[in-house]
Design a protein around this ligand. Structure first.
Ligand code: ZN
Length: 125
């Protein structure tokens, strides 16, 4: 593939196609991240899906690397052990970090964290 277009934040359901800049008709979001993804026109769906494939890691594949529950460090620096991978990981730019949505088992909290931090907190380096 010559180029890669990375998923980005979008709060609008309209916009231009990330491939050809024509009027976008469908927003393909990263799994469990409704506002992050790529906009496509009717002609570029295959390209847009390919970009998403190359810039994301499936949540199921991530889960295979970890125990069922994972350690997540909260913003108060406390480590909690009852969190799970919730969505696909995605990269926002070339050589940038992968981000992944995690949530606690009670489903009362969710958080977007760097996959490299999740690896570190769970001794998967
Ligand atoms: Zn297009």
């Amino acid at each position: 593939m010559n180029k890669l277009v990375y998923p980005h934040r979008s709060f609008m359901r309209t916009g231009v196609c990330d491939e050809c800049a024509k009027k976008g008709t469908k927003f393909y979001n990263v799994n469990k991240n409704p506002y992050i993804g790529l906009m496509s026109c009717d002609d570029c769906i295959q390209e847009i899906k390919k970009y998403l494939q190359h810039t994301t890691i499936k949540a199921d594949d991530l889960r295979k690397n970890f125990n069922q529950s994972i350690n997540i460090k909260r913003s108060n620096d406390r480590m909690e052990s009852d969190w799970v991978i919730h969505g696909d990981a995605f990269q926002e730019k070339k050589d940038g970090p992968f981000w992944v949505q995690v949530r606690n088992r009670h489903n009362t909290l969710s958080k977007l964290v760097k996959l490299s931090d999740v690896n570190r907190w769970n001794n998967r380096v």
